[in-house]
Design a protein around this ligand. Structure first.
Ligand code: 13P
Ligand code: SF4
Length: 307
């Protein structure tokens, strides 16, 4: 049997479900039961009746699935699948930050640790951040963490009183405005689509700003177009599958002079072989201390109820 057949067999034997993010390698996306953005993945995790969840994504995503399913086994193919945004917000310092801003509602982007979620009032993703911020009374001051770029974008769109944590994503901050403008000169008919973790100067050029699922939907709605895509390059796989006729060009990064693509090194530590091995051996398993799990569930559940 080849690797894919073995994974299918193990999945049935163990009543497992494979959830994958759009930034995973194509062969992982193709074997997954569901591929989605952070919101879609947490909604799927909340409703699954599988005994085992294999999370082909990064650690905070698997942690969220575990918090929603404390009695289930949640596996991550490689525990090194972290996230620079989650790392940029250590829970102790974040606790001090909250103390320094009394009376603020704490909204955290899902890209953070379970400990940070346990200090949060409402979690959000890039799909629902606007809606969640707007669900609060207009005069309610807000702490937004950990992504300063998403925070700044939401602040601009809503005009709300927001204090931002100074975190960022290494992948989305790597896009080069100069190179993007040069590329646009060569393709003036292209639509620029960007993830809100990108910097303000990149977002200002964009025809559409949204989550990974939002970006895919935008391409589907404009199938005959050419797009410059400012997010992790793994998303192109699903876009090509969904809209084969669209022309897709990855946005250029500062460092890169050859392939003009941006990969998340954390997402890319997961491989098909590791996915197979983790399903076979039922390890590495993601665990969260019970007390943190109980506290973190409340703001995650609030987000799901508001979505
Ligand atoms: P999405 O929720 O848009 O898929 O974002 C996840 C992520 O990590 C973006 O860098
Ligand atoms: Fe984290 Fe950025 Fe990778 Fe998304 S792309 S998982 S935000 S480091």
């Amino acid at each position: 049997m080849n690797l894919k057949e073995e994974i299918e067999k193990l999945k049935k034997e163990k009543n497992a479900v494979i959830l994958a993010h759009y930034y995973q390698y194509p062969e992982i996306q193709d074997i997954a039961d569901y591929v989605g953005d952070s919101l879609g993945l947490s909604q799927k995790a909340a409703e699954t009746d599988a005994d085992v969840i294999v999370f082909a994504g990064v650690h905070f995503m698997a942690e969220t699935a575990k918090i929603l399913n404390p009695e289930k086994k949640v596996l991550l193919p490689d525990l090194n699948a972290g996230c620079s945004l989650a790392d940029s917000c250590p829970p102790e310092q974040f606790g001090e930050f909250i103390k320094a801003h009394p009376g603020h509602t704490v909204i955290t982007y899902v890209n953070c640790s379970a400990e940070v979620k346990a200090l949060t009032d409402i979690v959000c993703t890039s799909s629902n951040a606007l809606k969640i911020v707007e669900s609060l009374p207009k005069d309610q001051p807000i702490i937004f963490a950990p992504d300063r770029n998403l925070g700044k974008y939401i602040q601009k769109e809503t005009g709300r009183d927001m204090v931002l944590w100074d975190g960022s994503c290494v992948v989305h901050e790597a896009f080069s405005l100069d190179k993007l403008l040069e590329l646009f000169k060569k393709h003036p008919d292209a639509l620029i689509i960007a993830h809100p973790e990108s910097e303000d100067h990149i977002l200002k050029t964009a025809n559409y700003i949204g989550s990974t699922a939002g970006m895919i939907n935008f391409v589907k709605e404009h199938p005959k177009n050419k797009f410059i895509v400012a997010t992790e390059v793994g998303i192109l796989h699903k876009m090509k599958q969904e809209v084969p006729e669209a022309e897709l060009i990855p946005a250029p990064t500062q460092e890169d002079n050859t392939c003009a693509c941006s990969e998340c090194a954390y997402m890319k530590v997961n491989t098909l072989q590791k996915l197979h091995d983790c399903l076979l051996n039922e390890t590495p398993e993601v665990s969260v201390p019970k007390e943190i799990m109980e506290k973190a569930l409340i703001p995650i559940q609030r987000m799901l109820d508001l979505s």
